[in-house]
Design a protein around this ligand. Structure first.
Ligand code: AGP
Length: 603
């Protein structure tokens, strides 16, 4: 969603702000802007479209300022225009916002009746106008921020600069926001993501909800202060070093981050296996030995939800424990039945997905423990969980999640195995190593998958099918393809096709059929039905099979031997590569697909 970067210090703020926004580009956005305080005036530059458009404007104007805020906007209220882009400013303040002000409509009407004017159609400007109104009444910035924030509803993060001082103010409610400082260089920073501050701020502060942070810099020091909304000093924040390195932003020899991240999987699988079986992670999993619960309430969104579906199978089949997997945006509003001996399990790469966080809140209110399978250490989900199971994927820049899915599922698998029997079982490590090898083989055979993509990329629609443990993979394969190739793709349980979707089949439709060694004959019958209706058939299935060879238009033979419960992950990597090659042939923006955001921090 929206990216935020703010700077205050002795240098030109334009450099760190634009660098920070560039690093957040992968999250998705549709316009960008910056506000700089120059000669005691707040000057705003905004452009629709890519950050490069804003960079060209900056190149032309060459502004210099010691304090500024920048923003990449992912439109929610109001069209994608320069007027609706952030920052929003007036003669007193400039504001950037990430989130949604739910009562913006009603507030705007009231403010208009009072004579206030609006320059944009955004909800964000309502905050600016409220702030201005309260400031005109009180002449006190902090109390005006507090009052404006208390007037609005919904989840949001704001950064504010004002004409009369060089202070950066920020606060948030259930939206990501961090503050950073560098005591040596006397610089203060604000961002929606610590990644934007790597190399700038060695120290990161994580304020809790409704804590106002005020950063100021003078000729001898940088001062960061925290206040409650009643303006008493607050200690509701955590401090952490920023250990990330800037190198992680490089694509290395790959043309896209997505491809790089797919190729990282063999190494990451082994690394995760070593962490949880042999190294420090073992202590975390050992706490689960003999762990039992009446029901696991798994909630997540998108790809993470698909990971949840695979993990549910593990919990049911390996542990014989009940698990329900729900889409977070559904669970949170369904008045779910939650009993005391149950556990909430939340899966999220970013740890900032608004709907997933809301489910966690709901489970906590119901008095049950909250476990998380999460990538970003220090994220809101991480901080609010009773137990965290980190997936150690490193930063995932491609908007389409690949390595995070694999490692989420693998973490769930190891959790499930640790509840069942000793992780010292040498077969377990061999199985994980085998998965890594098979994924590596797939990556090196990427050209074979490319040839399949060349045969089908121009087709109108794609139906992914799978049975049992491959059904979630059919859903994930279809999601990946639609995300990056912008084509219609759906995932179905293979047996479900004849209950409706088969009506779609004709020569313009491709059935990507996942066939595992299990239920082989039944899945073959399903593809016969598609073939009879002139649909194109691509099979991802056991290798060297004459029957499949005969039936399919294209066939990727896989070696399932020895992978057992991990085979869905193997198949999924083949589908990741297939989507990548189809998208490549279609010429789409693979790493930053249109309309998508990397972490969805609004409902
Ligand atoms: C994955 O390719 C998607 N971009 C998306 O579905 C994502 O998995 C979902 O938004 C959940 O994100 P999270 O894992 O950060 O919570």
């Amino acid at each position: 969603m929206c990216g935020i970067v703010g700077y205050s210090g002795p240098n030109n703020s334009v450099g760190p702000i634009i660098e920070g926004l560039s690093r957040l580009e992968y999250r998705g956005y549709d316009s960008a802007g910056i506000c700089l305080k120059i000669n005691n005036e707040l000057q705003i530059l905004k452009k629709e479209g890519k950050l490069d458009n804003l960079k060209s404007l900056i190149q032309e104007k060459k502004p210099f300022s010691h304090i500024g805020i920048g923003h990449t906007r992912w439109a929610t209220h109001g069209a994608v225009t320069a007027d609706n882009a952030h920052p929003h400013g007036n003669e007193l303040f400039a504001v950037v916002h990430n989130g949604i002000i739910e009562n913006a409509g009603a507030l705007k009407k009231e403010l208009q009746k009072e004579g206030f004017e609006f320059k944009s159609q955004t909800d964000s400007e309502v905050f600016l106008v409220l702030l201005t109104k309260f400031f005109k009444e009180s002449k006190n910035v902090l109390s005006s921020i507090s009052k404006a924030f208390s007037t609005i509803t919904g989840n949001s993060a704001f950064v504010i600069i004002e004409k009369q001082s060089d202070k950066l103010y920020c606060l948030k409610r259930s939206a990501p926001l961090v503050v950073g400082d560098n005591k040596e260089t006397r610089e203060a920073f604000v961002s929606s993501d610590p990644f934007a501050l790597v190399g700038f701020a060695p120290r990161i502060y994580f304020p809790e909800d409704s804590v106002i942070c005020e950063s100021s810099v003078n000729s001898s020091e940088v001062t960061i202060k925290f206040y409650e909304l009643n303006l008493t000093p607050s200690n509701r924040y955590k401090i952490q070093g920023n250990a990330m390195s800037v190198d992680i932003t490089s694509k290395g020899p790959y043309e896209h981050f997505m491809l790089k991240e797919i190729h990282e999987q063999p190494y990451l699988v082994e690394k995760l296996a070593a962490y949880y079986i042999k190294d420090e992670g073992r202590k975390i999993l050992d706490q689960l030995v003999n762990f039992k619960t009446d029901c696991w309430h798994i909630t997540a969104c998108g790809t993470a939800w698909h990971a949840g579906l695979v993990i549910k199978n593990y919990l049911e089949q390996i542990n014989r424990q009940r698990a329900s997997v729900e889409i977070a945006s559904e669970f949170r509003y369904k008045n779910p039945i939650i009993n005391q001996k149950e556990i909430g399990l939340f899966i999220s790469q970013s740890g900032e997905t608004a709907d997933t966080l809301a489910c966690q809140e709901l489970c906590k209110e119901s008095g049950i423990s909250s476990f998380a399978i999460v990538n970003v250490e220090g994220s809101t989900l991480y901080r609010n969980s009773d137990k965290n199971f980190l997936i150690h994927a490193g930063i995932e820049i491609g908007v389409a999640s690949t390595k995070a899915f694999t490692l989420q599922v693998l973490t769930g698998y190891l959790m499930s195995r640790s509840m069942k029997s000793s992780l010292d079982d040498p077969k377990l490590f061999i199985e994980l190593k085998l998965l890594s090898t098979r994924i590596s083989e797939l990556c090196s055979e990427s050209d074979k998958i490319k040839k399949i993509a060349e045969k089908i990329y121009h087709q109108k629609g794609f139906i992914f099918t799978g049975r049992g443990k491959y059904f979630p993979i059919a859903l994930e394969g279809a999601l990946k393809l639609k995300e990056i190739a912008y084509v219609h793709a759906e995932g179905y349980a293979a047996g479900e096709l004849k209950h409706g979707p088969i009506a779609l089949i004709d020569e313009e439709i491709v059935n990507i059929a996942i066939i595992g060694p299990e239920l082989f004959e039944k899945t073959i019958s399903n593809i016969e039905e598609v073939k009879a209706r002139r649909g194109k058939i691509v099979v991802i299935g056991p290798d060297h099979n004459a029957e499949i060879e005969h039936l399919s238009d294209a066939y990727l033979g896989l070696n399932f031997e020895g992978l057992n419960d991990l085979s869905p992950l193997y198949v999924n990597v083949a589908l990741q590569l297939l989507s990548y090659h189809i998208a490549y042939l279609k010429g789409t923006d693979i790493d930053k697909p249109r309309n998508l955001a990397k972490s969805v921090t609004v409902e």
